[in-house]
Write a protein that binds this ligand. Structure first.
Ligand code: SF4
Ligand code: SF4
Length: 404
């Protein structure tokens, strides 16, 4: 069989979508890769290298590598600033795509002689420059026919403004982990937004938006513990005099290497088991953080130069809309559920990553040939998302009859 006659449409150009596209193309299957934003690579393409004296295995460089593979692969046709409008299934999938109204990101806008353009974080996004003139095409639609569809639309970071007592957006030196990435990428090391100076006392607050009963977000985001620890290690490596404290309620053990990594990081980072209540501004843009430490049993406060909020992984903003368009159910937490009929023999591919099981009031999708990959179905790090996308691509190939 000539696999090139088979075509798969992938929604989402983050690490899961890129990996699935690449795996399919390696089997000579054509891919239409649809990304709503201006660039490929998702959140992870903006992540910096966390190496200290050695590689911290954060996975950020795999995203760049995968992006390079995809943009150089002729079998993968990329549609940027594009989203799905309609999906119909007959013998194949008929998908209507439309140009999204996403604006060029301010921070990345370049003024070129030909007009305004935005450049992605990766050098491999360069061939995919998005210019203002693309606005002309906005609202235009096109129809695509595909033999299978993979939804890999990713997650949304928790909006820190919802934890108003932490003062995000109000106090300059309260930032999120994603802000921290941006600061390090732009400045080469961590500096305070207020004055460009290296902070000497840094606090990380874990579980912001996750494991929070009041918000109704009971799940663990799984990645923010190892992520924050790697970040703290990088900051400490860059500035050995920095004092770093991590406020936590639990530590998520992720992988067999984690216990050793955790023991090592504890030698340099102070861990305090509590979740801070609120943050107040001090003179010189310092911050006072109030908390009730478990071991102390009474309220205490401490001043810091910078506070990093480890915001959790939330369902993608478009999950409900995508569920309505594709028929894939969402679970109790709002992630797309993967309990769908995954091949013509009606076997089921139940996600192991979903945060909560599907409820009896929700019906599983019965559309064969429709798959979900990566963080669209629940929290996962870069390596897990890539592994899941590879597995999903394999399931899609089985469905297409190109793999046994
Ligand atoms: S895995 Fe992470 S720490 Fe290691 S080299 Fe790649 S980006 Fe750097
Ligand atoms: S990974 Fe860690 S910080 Fe993130 S939600 Fe789980 S316990 Fe909290």
């Amino acid at each position: 069989m000539n696999n090139q006659t088979k075509k798969v449409l992938i929604l989402g150009g983050g690490i899961a979508g890129l990996t699935a596209a690449w795996e399919l193309s390696r089997q000579n299957i054509s891919v239409e890769l649809v990304e709503k934003s201006c660039f490929l690579g998702g959140h992870a393409i903006g992540f910096t290298c966390k190496a200290t004296d050695k590689c911290q295995q954060c996975g950020a460089c795999s995203v760049e590598d995968m992006l390079k593979n995809v943009v150089n692969e002729p079998l993968i046709n990329v549609h940027l600033r594009t989203e799905i409008k309609e999906l119909k299934k007959s013998s194949q999938f008929n998908i209507t795509l439309t140009k999204s109204d996403i604006e060029l990101p301010d921070s990345q806008i370049k003024n070129l002689p030909s007009g305004k353009a935005a450049k992605g974080f990766s050098k491999y996004n360069n061939p995919l420059y998005v210019t203002e003139s693309d606005k002309d095409k906005m609202g235009s639609s096109c129809e695509i026919t595909a033999d299978a569809v993979i939804v890999a639309t990713g997650y949304s970071p928790f909006d820190p403004n919802r934890k108003s007592t932490y003062g995000y957006g109000k106090w300059k030196n309260v930032i999120t982990g994603l802000d921290l990435e941006n600061i390090i990428r732009e400045n080469g090391s961590l500096v305070r937004p207020s004055d460009g100076q290296k902070p000497q006392k840094v606090a990380f607050i874990q579980c912001v938006g996750s494991r929070d009963e009041r918000l109704g977000n009971l799940w663990c985001s799984e990645v923010c513990c190892p992520y924050a620890m790697r970040m703290a290690g990088t900051v400490k490596h860059d500035n050995p005099n920095a004092e770093i404290t991590m406020f936590y309620i639990d530590i998520q053990n992720s992988g067999k290497e984690f216990p050793v990594f955790y023991e090592k990081i504890k030698q340099n980072i102070r861990f305090v088991r509590t979740i801070p209540v609120d943050i107040y501004p001090l003179e010189n843009n310092g911050l006072e953080l109030r908390h009730m430490a478990e071991e102390e049993g009474s309220p205490s406060s401490e001043s810091f130069d910078l506070v990093v909020l480890s915001v959790g992984i939330m369902p993608g903003k478009d999950s409900s809309k995508l569920s309505a368009i594709t028929g894939i159910p969402v679970n109790q937490d709002g992630f797309l559920d993967n309990e769908i009929t995954c091949c013509s023999c009606s076997s089921s591919a139940k996600s192991t990553q979903t945060s909560q099981p599907i409820t009896s009031s929700q019906s599983a999708s019965s559309i064969a040939g429709l798959f979900v990959a990566g963080t669209a179905k629940g929290p996962a790090g870069i390596a897990s998302s890539m592994a899941d996308a590879g597995k999903t691509a394999f399931e899609a190939m089985k469905y297409l009859g190109v793999m046994k």
